[in-house]
Design a protein around this ligand. Structure first.
Ligand SMILES: [Zn+2]
Ligand SMILES: [Zn+2]
Length: 308
């Protein structure tokens, strides 16, 4: 996959709904899982999400993965960087490991032509806020300088315990501190938005959030969505994903989110816990449900015009 593949999906209309899938057994298996779930986009971890140890993907595995993507309905691929990364840390060891892990994710992104590496921008912990913001910016610059072209997508957070990226001003600042490189983009998560106090369940309110994004950061930086329901209420600052329709967004809120006109063309992946909160991740029924909710949302908008 290269520039050509990227253009195809950016130019297309619709929303590329898919899911986070496992790479257990090797990269190519992720494509098979994506096809099974009728995904139009997928997200993977490049290595175990809760360990530092990098995973070496062989050239054969990468080639097989790319061929699989090319010949399937699966379009853009997102890589989620591991959770342990804290690009805002001022501690030497955490910082070194974080930069290495982030670079490893971007390098795989370069090799597979990923639409982006999704990163939680970092956590302040007990450290100085300004210094942490600057450290995150420097980490972004350094990792971009040492890798080729894979975009780096900063994900908005639920705002718990000093996590950076809890609102659009803070994300705008991080883009700026990262050098405003055109590879820097955003990934918005419906659950995190709601938890950090954004009313994304109502058309007008959601539209205002996108207006703010357009004004402060620019719509061209919005490159991906995470579609999750939220176990926790608006403004709770707690990050607990729920299956679609079973949380605070509910079917009604998700219809609105999934049919927002300025989200057209974006990859939108589910990171839900799976049937009965099993932790196995989204299944085919849930991916289909997301597509149905989007269709219903579009129909509602058409029927009622500007009225919410
Ligand atoms: Zn997410
Ligand atoms: Zn989350």
């Amino acid at each position: 996959m290269g520039e050509g593949a990227k253009r195809t999906f950016l130019g297309s209309v619709g929303m590329l709904i898919g899911a986070h899938v496992s790479i257990a057994g090797g990269l190519p298996n992720a494509v098979a899982r994506g096809i099974e779930l009728e995904c139009d986009s997928i997200q993977i971890f490049n290595q175990s999400s809760r360990a530092w140890k990098p995973h070496n993907h062989s050239d054969e595995a990468v080639a097989e993965f790319c061929e699989g993507i090319e010949s399937s309905r699966v379009g853009p691929v997102l890589i989620h960087a591991v959770y342990l990364i804290n690009a805002a840390s001022l501690e030497h060891e955490v910082r070194t490991k974080s930069l290495e892990a982030l670079k490893a994710a971007l390098e795989l992104g370069d090799r597979i032509g990923a639409a982006g590496v999704v990163l939680h921008p970092g956590s302040q912990k007990q450290q100085d806020y300004e210094q942490c913001m600057k450290a995150a910016g420097e980490a972004i610059r350094e990792c971009l300088a040492e890798t080729e072209h894979c975009p780096l997508l900063l994900e908005d957070t639920a705002g718990a315990g000093g996590t950076l990226g809890r609102d659009l001003s803070e994300l705008a600042r991080l883009v700026e501190l990262g050098g405003e490189d055109e590879r820097i983009g955003l990934c918005l998560d419906s659950c995190h938005l709601l938890a950090s106090g954004f009313e994304v369940r109502e058309r007008k309110a959601l539209s205002e959030v996108v207006d703010e994004l357009e004004l402060k950061i620019g719509l061209d930086r919005l490159r991906a969505l995470h579609v999750n329901d939220s176990q926790m209420p608006l403004g709770s600052n707690r990050d607990r994903h729920a299956s679609l329709g079973e949380g605070e967004l509910g079917n009604r809120g998700l219809r609105v989110f999934l049919s927002e006109p300025r989200f057209e063309g974006l990859p939108a992946v589910l990171e839900t816990p799976g049937p009965g909160q099993s932790g196995t991740g989204p299944d085919l029924a849930e991916v289909r449900k997301a597509k149905r909710l989007r269709r219903e949302g579009l129909r509602n908008r058409k029927r009622t015009g500007d009225r919410a």
